[in-house]
Design a binder for this molecule. Structure first.
Ligand code: MN
Length: 151
């Protein structure tokens, strides 16, 4: 079962302008896309293992420490998505406008699969060490996304 099977199952190549391929970057990247879908949200994507691991963040990602954001993990996206901007047509999965909000270098410091991820971002808006920490939200799985306090 391919890593991108879920991504491909949800989309019709003939109907959406979204990418279905893409190559690894010389150095791993992160990207955050502002997605004006049925609910406006921010999609955080981290390059790992040949895909973009992805989370939907309903509120603006924090530039400073002290703000924790809810994040919901979504299906892995193809690497080509890192430069995607455009309009997903009405009636298609994720219909709405996608624009790049931030992008830059990613350094994964610790990846405890399905538990806790520590990573450094070097983008135009986000710069510093961040965490994604999984928690149980009333029987549902969610994550907290926040910036590490610098000393
Ligand atoms: Mn989205």
């Amino acid at each position: 079962m391919g890593k991108l099977e879920e991504y491909e199952k949800k989309r019709d190549k003939k109907k959406t302008p979204e990418p279905f391929g893409g190559k690894s970057h010389k150095e791993p990247i992160f990207v955050i896309q502002k997605h004006d879908a049925s609910n406006l949200h921010y999609d955080l994507r981290l390059e790992k293992g040949g895909v973009l691991k992805s989370w939907a963040v309903p509120k603006k990602p924090p530039k400073q420490a002290g703000t924790k954001r809810l994040a919901v993990q979504t299906e892995d996206h193809p690497l080509g998505y890192a430069s995607f901007e455009g309009k997903i047509p009405e009636g298609e999965y994720g219909a709405g406008t996608v624009e790049l909000w931030d992008r830059g270098k990613l350094e994964i410091k610790e990846w405890k699969e399905g538990k806790k991820i520590e990573f450094a971002l070097k983008g135009d808006k986000l710069d510093g060490t961040y965490f994604l920490v999984k928690f149980d939200k009333g029987g549902e799985t969610a994550w907290l996304f926040f910036k590490k306090k610098e000393n």
